[in-house]
Write a protein that binds this ligand. Structure first.
Ligand code: GAF
Length: 400
């Protein structure tokens, strides 16, 4: 058990075995395909070994008795859920209850203790892990028997309608449907997916956490969604059969350039190019082409910085230092990962050069921003699971 969860259990003299529902809900990374999910495009995310651990048990009162160990906060929510609680973390759980209620299920009283090891604000989607874990839990409690893709859709609906943020489905889907075999190649319009092999011999995927998150992210995200919708509407006025923006081509975009504002044009240019890059990355990985994979990462970074405008100074610094300034080894490519405005970069680095890159970036970032970045080797794992089935994280012993 994670130390801070163990401390809480000890402080209340609770035994984990008195909680019959014990599950692990992972965070996610994304190799490529950023800001393409809500345009119906392709993404290449993976569930990771960091995530949220849930311990739940039925209680007699019709309430959700919640404890968030990471924040050391409690909440008690009346059932049935009728609206927001005023605590964002609790609302991520309440929103999932609301979705099950809308499907006609009666959610019984539950005590839920949870905590995790996903670095907050890192772009590894702790909120989707919270939603996905709660959906997985309630699916068992009310015996709904929804499939994992259906649970991801339910969690996305909760984000969109209850929380009120227009996110795509990538994060919840990756957390619930991840595979230990490798990242999944997911088509967000159809939810077709399969795992792929992202191992490039002699190279490693390394996350570098800038430890900054700029508030701008939450306000800009819905603006990007609206800009993409504007571009799609312009395209559909000439190509009525076009289902989504990611399915458009650059020549089609050129054909509507005169009717589209310049900002929406640039956003669409990025999305259409990024969707194509996901396919090229899948091919580069299958063929073991490190240089091509790195070039694609750098192109994504440039697109997110220049056309999609979701990067920030600190992240651009880490990208530039790793890909242009670092001399002590080989970095094939890197890019900002996740929604933007902070969080992590994902770097494709020659494995033997990882220590030198870390030392170099730590010093450069400290000199420039007085922050020591954090480094995490990418550890891909399966999606949400009961702890008894879960042997791939050190806090999830098979006997818990
Ligand atoms: C955030 C959203 F939640 C995802 O749906 C996705 O759009 C991502 O940003 C950008 O690729 O994590």
């Amino acid at each position: 058990m994670l130390p801070h969860l163990a401390a809480y259990f000890a402080s209340r003299q609770l035994d984990a075995s008195s909680f019959p529902y014990r599950l692990f809900s992972p965070g996610r990374i994304n190799l490529i395909g950023e800001h393409t999910d809500y345009t119906g495009g392709y993404v290449m995310p993976a569930a990771i070994d960091k995530g949220i651990y849930f311990y739940a048990r039925p209680i007699a009162e019709p309430v959700l008795r919640l404890y968030a160990a990471d924040l050391q906060e409690n909440a008690v929510l009346d059932l049935p859920v009728r609206g927001k609680s005023g605590q964002l973390w609790a609302d991520y759980l309440a929103g999932i209850v609301d979705q099950f209620q809308q499907l006609g299920y009666v959610v019984p009283g539950l005590e839920i203790i949870f905590g995790g090891d996903v670095p907050r604000g890192s772009g590894m989607s702790s909120s989707a892990a919270l939603e996905g874990g709660m959906a997985f839990l309630l699916n068992a409690v009310v015996e709904a028997e929804l499939s994992r893709p259906a649970l991801a859709q339910l969690a996305q609906r909760s984000s969109n309608t209850f929380i009120g943020v227009p996110t795509g489905i990538m994060d919840q889907f990756a957390s619930l449907n991840g595979s230990a075999q490798g990242p999944i190649l997911l088509q967000c319009a159809t939810l077709d997916f399969h795992p792929i092999n992202a191992t490039l011999p002699g190279y490693s995927w390394l996350l570098v956490n800038s430890l900054v998150t700029h508030e701008l992210g939450s306000s800009q995200y819905p603006i990007r969604v609206a800009e993409c919708a504007r571009a799609l509407a312009a395209l559909q006025s000439i190509y009525p059969g076009l289902d989504n923006l990611s399915a458009a081509t650059l020549p089609q975009l050129d054909a509507v350039a005169d009717t589209l504002d310049a900002v929406a044009f640039r956003r669409a240019y990025y999305v259409i190019s990024e969707n194509a890059r996901v396919h090229r990355m899948a091919q580069a990985l299958a063929e073991g082409e490190v240089a091509r994979a790195g070039t694609l990462l750098n192109a994504t970074h440039a697109g997110l910085r220049d056309d999609y405008a979701v990067s920030c100074e600190e992240i651009d610094f880490l990208h530039y230092q790793a890909t242009e300034v670092f001399q002590g080894g080989h970095v094939a490519g890197a890019r900002i990962m996740g929604g933007g405005f902070g969080g992590c970069t994902i770097n494709l680095v020659r494995t033997s050069d990882v220590p030198a890159l870390q030392a170099f970036l730590a010093e450069a970032y400290q000199d420039a921003y007085h922050i020591t970045p954090e480094f995490y080797p990418v550890q891909i794992g399966p999606g949400t699971r009961w702890m008894s089935e879960c042997v791939s994280t050190k806090y999830c012993a098979a006997n818990e």
